[in-house]
Design a protein around this ligand. Sequence first.
Ligand SMILES: [Zn+2]
Length: 464
Amino acid sequence: MPDLLVIKSCFLSCLLVLLQTSSSQQDEQSQLLLVSFDGFRWDYVNRVPTPNFRALMDEGVQVEQVENTYITKTYPNHYTLVTGLHAETHGIVANEMYDPIHNLTFSMEGSEVYDAWWWEEAVPLWVTNQKAGRKSGAAMWPGSDVAIGGTYPTHYLSYNASMTFETRVEKLIDWFSGPEAINFGVLYWEEPDESGHNLGPESPLMDVVIADIDEKLGFLRGKLRTAGLYDKVNLIVTSDHGMTQLSHDKIIELDTYVSRDLYTWIDKSPVVGILPKEGKLEEVYNSLKNANPNMVVYKKEEIPDHYHYRHNVRIMPLIIEVKEGWTIMQNRNGSFMLGNHGYNNSLPSMHPLFVARGPAFRCDYTKASMRSVDLYPLMCSILGLKPLPNNGSLSSVQDLLVETSTPKPVVPPVPREPSCAWAVGSVLGAALVIGFLFIFVQQVTQRQHLPLHLSNSEITQPLL
Ligand SMILES: [Zn+2]
């Protein structure tokens, strides 16, 4: 019997080691870093040599066309990426908003960005991650320095446009390292959006900007490698929108068609909200609806279903959308840019880049299309988190992951590809089973020897 106790004890110890090995592997596989290069149009990678983006595509996955959410502006889309919700549902419907219930305005450049209630129609992924007992880190992602629902990311940086990309990366690497490591990080960089607005995407000068972004991605890859994180952290590099070329010949001046006394102008070109003065809705609408062939005016209830842009008080009673490449202003005294975004989200020029690599992702795989709302359930699956209600679909993007058979959105991710830990665990497990069987057979054999003698002596007696 003491032998059996030893066997049992040995078996349980080894089982524990196996479980711990498996658990640590799950921890490794559930790390995720989401990077946004603002305004990085999907086809920028084809303009100049981009060896770092190419490497990610070879080592992982790329999606050729990502349909982002309407309106294709920075704040709505960054919040969509971390909530899986269209703008009408997460409530950040534009970069500049008016909330008629609070009678307050929001500008992405104002201090009201820090008033959490603007953001609290949704819960971003870093908060959900922390509620599950994990740690998050955020470097300048829109909304990540706001106490949404009373919760900041575990580690975050207050927005400071002058902080270099390299410093932001180094902070994140620190957070991903060490015994108190985060498992989810978000990183935001302002380019190439800023240059795209100033130069226009068709400018040859953009080539230098794109090459510089590729070098920045190279810096991030290098830092991950040095920290021993490159093959552990799932890395997603994407953007909020693309960019299209504008022209001084394509300007619509609203003052030509309707008096400013009749409405308040909300947000900026190319989709503006029009808040008519009391009782003036029909008058304003009738003045605008056939005014210019390069713009469309929608009453709120007539906004097309596929925009998912209607059911929120922050969406104005009238919206004006102009055709691609056109600019709408009240008159030409306003500031003019050579590049812009915000247009119809079905336009390829509005679509962002999407590449990803890491233990959860397939290798050298190209997918034709996805919706940006699908990224949220995908990230929840990688992190082993139960997603909150969202507009995305894991099954639509499941093929990007190594395992494509059964979606596992709730439980921690299972091992998806061979790794050192898995190999060690497998060898240990096989050795354990063989060892256990060997000892067990030995014990059984020994116990059977005694009865065998008895049997031998018994057969000397006549069988009945
Ligand atoms: Zn943007």
